[in-house]
Design a binder for this molecule. Structure first.
Ligand code: BGP
Length: 474
């Protein structure tokens, strides 16, 4: 009973949120470098406002982040001390292809990842690589308009090929796109899309999604040709949507809301567009550039496992009056009276994780991997300079219990769990340092002040024991 013996406990980060060194080693600019903190961030992330090249008007904490670019050895040693079996990180596309359009990869960028991967292997930590975590080199945004263009598929295949060939004996687990459904909610952040007034936004978003889906299938094929033992996963920003009441109208709406997200995994896991999506395109007059060969590549190259992030569940109502109180900038939701929320309004629902796991496992019957989960909070050192983050321990403990129930009681097959932001890093939705997730505190603030010193929080010692007992001692 309990978690499998080889359960992959660990943590997760993304290049643009922790590395810093955004202009070092020949790295090119990416969409994710152009979203400042403050009010403009989300307008730029959604493609409603034109991004600008970095200048004095804005301060971007992400440009220096926690400088993992220079601290990775120290950071991985701390992960090893916690007993990590696995570390999920992403490879910055514009470190490897600074503009995205070059023929030859940037050796200096790759050297950084050689070092990072070797450091993991030194401690027997398995790397779980996200090939694309929201970033698109600006050279590709300028040349093609980001994922609006079919040309992006070849650019992504070229990038992935370099990684697969170079790390074929070192990395076994790969994710193609982080939170692929984010393209619908934050199209510039997720896919480099910028809209003009006359654009048919829905059509453009689904077209970009289609190109990403085809790209994902093409690299899945390539991966298996390079090393048949590679395990390739998709990655969904998950979280079930509840109906506000037992009114069938509300229940039906919750089904439809969930389908907006499941659509992506339906294609990546089952190999074809679901009927409800085709009907939706027909109704909304969405016409996609969809070739016969796309159909074939999607059908023949489905993923090996389903990975997802889970932070909270969502709540929806079909009643327009009730819906007026919907909130949230990433996933719209009503307040659920049965749940508490984080400081950022993300509702805390451990049982929702078990529900989500069951839904995904029933739907796809493939192994699951939880690759993001955690509590974003403001951590304040106490009078002794310690960070006693009992609130984080509480959040994680309850979610892990729910995850254990899904495994033990419901029989869900789960390969691993990588907690989000295992070391403090820059938040994706706010662009700030203030919202922290880590077991390791980093002395850095929103204005870029601080020594960058790493410090173990109370949760560090707690997680070490969780891993040591393989989830028995929660
Ligand atoms: C997911 C992203 C991550 C991460 C996380 C937490 O959507 O994949 O990049 O940041 O959410 O979100 P935030 O940083 O906004 O708190």
């Amino acid at each position: 009973m309990g978690f499998r013996k080889d359960f992959l406990w660990g943590g997760a980060t993304a290049a643009n949120q922790c590395e810093g060194g955004y202009q070092e080693g020949g790295r090119g600019l990416a969409n994710v470098d152009l979203m400042p903190t403050g009010e403009d961030r989300w307008k730029i992330a959604t493609g409603d406002m034109k991004h600008v090249k970095p200048d004095e008007k804005y301060f971007y904490p992400g440009h220096e982040a926690i400088d993992m670019y220079h601290h990775y050895k120290e950071d991985i040693a701390l992960f090893a001390e916690m007993g990590f079996k696995c570390y999920r990180f992403s490879i910055a596309w514009s470190r490897v292809f600074p503009l995205g359009t070059e023929e030859k990869a940037n050796e200096e960028g790759l050297k950084f990842y050689d070092g990072l991967i070797d450091e993991c292997l030194k401690y027997n930590i398995k790397p779980l690589v996200t090939i694309c975590h929201f970033d698109v080199p600006m050279g590709l945004v300028e040349a093609f308009g980001g994922w609006k263009s079919r040309k992006m598929i070849d650019a992504f295949v070229k990038f992935s090929k370099v990684l697969f060939e170079r790390y074929k004996d070192k990395v076994e687990y790969w994710l193609t796109f982080n939170e692929i459904n984010m393209i619908l909610h934050a199209p510039f952040m997720g896919a480099g899309l910028v809209f003009n007034e006359e654009d048919n936004r829905e059509e453009m978003k689904y077209q970009a999604a289609h190109y990403e889906l085809v790209a994902s299938a093409r690299v899945t094929k390539l991966a298996k040709e390079i090393n048949p033992n590679f395990k390739i996963g998709c990655m969904l920003a998950a979280g079930n949507t509840y109906a506000n009441t037992s009114n069938p109208q509300d229940v039906f709406q919750s089904l439809e809301k969930d389908r907006e997200n499941f659509f992506f995994i339906d294609v990546q896991s089952r190999g074809e567009y679901p009927a409800y999506a085709l009907k939706f395109f027909e109704r909304e007059k969405i016409h996609l550039d969809f070739l016969m060969e796309d159909k074939k590549v999607l059908r023949e190259n489905t993923v090996d496992f389903i990975s997802f992030s889970y932070y909270s569940s969502r709540l929806t109502s079909a009643d327009p009056e009730v819906s007026k109180s919907t909130e949230g900038n990433v996933f719209a939701t009503l307040r659920n009276p049965y749940l508490k929320a984080s400081e950022w309004g993300w509702q805390i629902d451990p049982l929702g994780l078990r529900i989500t796991m069951n839904t995904l496992y029933d739907r796809y019957q493939k192994p699951l991997f939880i690759v993001e989960n955690g509590l974003g909070a403001v951590d304040i050192p106490d009078q002794n300079g310690e960070i006693c983050d009992d609130y984080r321990i509480e959040y994680l403990k309850e979610h892990m219990k729910a995850m254990r129930d899904a495994v033990d009681i419901d029989g869900v097959e789960l390969w691993g769990y990588t907690s989000w932001g295992c070391i403090d890093l820059v938040s994706a939705s706010t662009g700030e340092m203030k919202k922290r997730y880590g077991f390791i505190y980093v002395d850095r603030d929103n204005e870029g002040n601080g020594t960058l010193k790493r410090q173990k929080k109370k949760s560090f010692h707690w997680y070490k024991e969780v891993i040591h007992s393989n989830g028995e001692n929660l």
